[in-house]
Ligand binder design. Sequence first.
Ligand code: SAM
Length: 240
Amino acid sequence: MPLYLVATPLGNLGDLTPRALEILRAAPVLAAEDTRTARRLFSAMNIPLAGRELLSYGDHNEAGMAARLVEHLKSGRDVALFSESGTPLISDPGFKVVRAALEAGIPVVPLPGPCAAVTALIASGLPVHAFSFHGFLPKKPGARGRLLAQLKDRPETLIFYESPQRVPKVWAELVEVFGADRPACLARELTKIHETFLRGTLRELEARVAGKDAVPLRGECTLLIAGRSSAELESDSAGE
Ligand code: SAM
């Protein structure tokens, strides 16, 4: 009766692991963030749903759903929990379900697989030895400014999720806070036909994402910014 946390593809169905497929085929209870996306995935992968319970969990009902899923688990039924795409819980719901299962003494088994943050990082060309993930940037300018100011001098690569409509808007703030010369990368539509990586300094990329000649951004975007280098810190302290 474990709770399985199942990573699903970001776009390319070939990224569903054999182990994920096995659990999605067998679990009597399926907890999906979005049941429509789940049905599409199951139909594309030829996974029969008949005779199994497909439940929807999300920010709107996670506490109640956590209790319901724990009841299923306690009565001996395996639960496979998965989000719309990628790794559940990573900028997606599921945390409350995991907590509730652990509190009830139920084993929680992760099935690793696609995650946009790590997928973008490894091909970004930015340092990977240390990185931090910050999910979506706050929508409110004040909160966003405060977070960026806190991150400005961090030495590790910073990873953010952002909607394509908001990328041009936040770019000027990034240039202002991190400086025009900070290396960055915008990864778009990972694992899909239109997968694109824009690599360069924040200033070089500005023309491509936010200037008047910018290419319109569509699909899903992950944004990465190099950490502050020790050379930058040294040149700052030399000037003090
Ligand atoms: N749980 C997911 C994961 O493991 O990456 C993330 C879910 S979060 C709601 C969705 C955000 O992830 C998107 O807005 C985008 O920033 C990023 N993302 C998801 N799929 C992506 C893709 N194919 N290419 C680039 N970024 C992606």
